[in-house]
Design a binder for this molecule. Structure first.
Ligand SMILES: Nc1ncnc2c1ncn2[C@@H]1O[C@H](COP(=O)(O)OP(=O)(O)OP(=O)(O)O)[C@@H](O)[C@H]1O
Length: 261
């Protein structure tokens, strides 16, 4: 089976400190991963290595068949979609006054603006995302007037315009109400059905919905556990990683947690 991501003995040092320590991790084709860990456990640093924005101090990295050190990173990045809250901030200045359709269409290009000619096929594709993501009610509206939940959905649709093989969702539900959060989570099934692999970074265990198959649990820059979510999300492992007595309950393939033994 092809590996989407393969890391062998990867460490990332800053001064004498190992921010990531001897990471051995493989994401195989068809697997959908969530990345969990306390603040400062190394999640962002790991994503920076996957996208080639940081180079590991030691170890080997291969993403989508591109081996770091030999591959062209700009070419690799064309196959990776990224949605994070820092992207939202960038959009504040640039595309605030553009319509939501244009923001989604801008995902066809590597640039943030809409500088190239758009084909009918791309317009139809953006329109189908508007419908699938239930954004019809905001058709024609400036991006800046959308609710936080609508903005996140538009940004996910934007990232999908380029048909990424890997979509990184870095805490996409932060600050959303319950309804908007469930709306984003329900998109996950649609996204994974597009033969797109998701890396879903979250602080909330209950966001590891049915379509997520695997979990990487980071603790102090090391892998505390990695594998099928049923094997990783156990009372013992989570209690240790989060330094709290955690109990997991499963409902329809989705874990919920409570505190206390
Ligand atoms: N460029 C850097 N130089 C020095 N230290 C760094 C650098 N980047 C990250 N760190 C440190 O590495 C550790 C891991 O940071 P990272 O941002 O990867 O954690 P995280 O799990 O994403 O945290 P959060 O959940 O708060 O976003 C932190 O202690 C952070 O201060």
């Amino acid at each position: 089976m092809t590996a989407m991501i393969r890391m062998r003995n990867v460490s990332w040092m800053r001064g004498t400190r190992a921010i990531l320590h001897e990471i051995d991790w493989e994401v195989k084709e068809g697997e959908q991963w969530a990345i969990l860990g306390l603040n400062g456990s190394g999640k962002t640093s790991l994503l920076n290595i996957v996208t080639g924005y940081q180079y590991p101090t030691r170890g080997e990295v291969e993403v989508l068949g591109y081996r770091f050190g030999q591959a062209s990173l700009p070419e690799l990045r064309r196959h990776i979609g990224f949605v994070s809250s820092s992207l939202l901030d960038q959009f504040h200045d640039t595309l605030q006054t553009e319509t939501v359709e244009n923001v989604i269409l801008s995902g066809t290009f590597a640039t943030i603006g809409l500088y190239d000619a758009v084909t009918d096929h791309e317009r139809a594709k953006a329109a189908s995302f508007m419908e699938a993501f239930r954004l019809q009610a905001v058709r024609g509206k400036p991006y800046g007037t959308l609710s936080q939940g609508e903005k996140r959905k538009a940004l996910i649709a934007r990232a999908l315009m380029a048909n990424p093989k890997l979509l990184i969702l870095d805490e996409p539900t932060v600050g959303l109400d319950l309804l908007a959060r469930e709306d984003i989570l329900s998109l996950m099934t649609q996204i994974t059905a597009r033969s797109c692999h998701v890396l879903y970074v979250t602080h909330y265990i209950e966001e590891i919905v049915e379509s997520i198959t695997h979990v990487l649990l980071l603790q102090d820059g090391r892998i505390a556990a990695a594998g099928r979510k049923e094997d990783v999300l156990t009372n013992e492992r989570l209690s240790e990683a989060f330094r709290l007595p955690i109990r997991v309950h499963w409902e329809h393939g989705r874990p919920w947690v409570s505190l206390g033994r």
